[in-house]
Design a protein around this ligand. Structure first.
Ligand SMILES: *Cc1c(COP(=O)(O)O)cnc(C)c1O
Length: 418
């Protein structure tokens, strides 16, 4: 009953421009999702309103019963949020006939929570790769087990191992992947895992945060759900936390997923959605520059005497180079590298950075670096860190859009004394 999002009180529905008038990616990124504003505002207004009014009690009744389209309450839906959802739906399906529905959330974690709690029930299992975003890992290992939803961790870069589990264990309900993933930028093969999911009648979800729909469109390979932390490259400017859950089963998205989203309460808000919409318009321009800079940076680091190893899928020596090339337009803007000098070199290097920014997170205009051993993974036992590829001198880098000569000069001077 609650799937209708057209603006109330305008007397007629404001139609979108048809998507088939856009041949280019940025044309779609700029225009898709926008509805003509009844008051002729150029950009979508911020609908900073918790609730929506009715002309009469009868109209209220029609809205609640679903006989009439219109907004009811902003936890359920909001016109500013809807524009962001429609834009991401369009970008994730550009160039294909697939139809998907997206639900904007307050964060990437809220979107993942809605997915898990709507698609899984007690007794179900999730099969995942071991390289996952930390929050997702904790959700799977610390929250879901108390609801009797268990997680099996496997190296899904090898699809045969996935198949063994699927054959053996019919309680595996979902394959959950993230590609590329932290911190060693591992990639799994979306197409073969989606094929297996279909063959064994399970669902498959893909966190597409690192790649963005500009670099990779998981729905092309038959994935059922796509998740983003929009906090990262989609917003692109580091101005808001947000997330989205998209699904190709429209009925499921309108019923179970919508219900879980509304009742768990992880809704976004008009201001964050507005910032996200404006950010996404330049996604192609930003990603082209991010990726170009990342490739140059990887080549620079690969031959630097203080660097033991560079993890970037654009380099042929990365074990997942082929997988990345197969499913991504460019290898992305995330890389990591190991300093020969270990923990102390990591700390010294971080302290010497002048332009690049010391912080966690990723996907902003500026180049961000973090040293997991002294920051996000400080205090985690060494053996556990090594299991995830986090060595003492590992530096993670989200390459920004600054001029490449300045990025390289900053890295060079910070590496100089190591
Ligand atoms: C940041 C991130 C998340 C979580 O998103 P939030 O917006 O911080 O809740 C999930 N997955 C990936 C890959 C991320 O980078």
């Amino acid at each position: 009953m609650e799937e209708n999002y057209s603006p109330p009180g305008t007397g007629h529905r404001q139609e979108n421009k048809p998507h088939n008038i856009y041949n280019g990616w940025s044309s779609l990124a700029v225009h898709a999702g926008h509805e003509k504003d009844p008051r002729y505002s150029h950009l979508v207004p911020l609908y900073a309103s918790s609730t929506y009014v009715y002309d009469s009690a009868e109209q209220g009744m029609r809205r609640f019963s679903g006989q009439e389209e219109g907004y009811i309450y902003s936890r359920w839906g909001n016109p500013t949020l809807r524009e962001a959802e429609k834009k991401i739906e369009a970008l994730e399906t550009f160039g294909s006939d697939t139809e998907v529905k997206g639900i904007l959330h307050a964060s990437g974690m809220a979107a993942i929570s809605t997915l898990m709690l709507s698609a899984l029930k007690a007794g179900d299992k999730v099969l995942t790769h071991y390289s996952l975003y930390g929050g997702t890992h904790e959700l799977l290992h610390q929250i879901l087990p108390s609801l009797k939803i268990e997680c099996i961790v496997e190296d899904l870069r090898n699809p045969e191992k996935a198949e063994e589990h699927l054959k053996r264990d019919s309680s595996i309900r979902m394959i959950y992947i993230e590609t590329p993933a932290n911190p060693t930028i591992q990639c799994v093969d979306i197409e073969s895992l989606a094929f297996l999911a279909k063959q064994y009648k399970r669902v498959i979800a893909c966190d597409n945060t690192f790649a963005t729909p500009y670099l990779q469109q998981p729905f092309r390979y038959g994935v059922d759900f796509v998740i983003h932390s929009t906090t990262k490259f989609l917003n692109g400017h580091g101005t808001a936390i947000g997330g989205i859950l998209l699904g190709r089963d429209i009925e499921f998205m309108k019923s179970q997923a919508t219900k879980a989203h509304r009742l768990l309460g992880g809704n976004s808000n008009a201001f964050d959605a507005f910032l996200l919409i404006q950010g996404m318009k330049t996604l192609e321009l930003r990603m082209e520059r991010h990726c170009h800079n990342a490739m140059e940076t990887a080549h620079f680091l690969a031959v630097h005497p203080a660097v033991a190893k560079v993890n970037y899928t654009g380099l042929p020596e990365h074990p997942d180079h082929y997988t990345a090339m197969k499913q991504m337009r460019h290898p992305g803007a995330m890389l990591s590298f190991e300093l020969k000098g270990g923990f102390k070199a990591g700390v010294d290097f971080m302290n010497r950075l002048q332009m690049c920014v010391r912080t966690v997170s990723l996907g902003t205009l500026d180049t961000l670096l973090s040293h997991p051993a002294s920051m996000t993974h400080y205090g985690v036992p060494k053996e556990e860190k090594e299991k995830y590829g986090i060595t003492e001198g590992l530096i993670r880098m989200s390459v920004g859009i600054e001029n490449i000569q300045d990025i390289l000069a900053d890295l060079n001077q910070a590496l100089d004394c190591l």
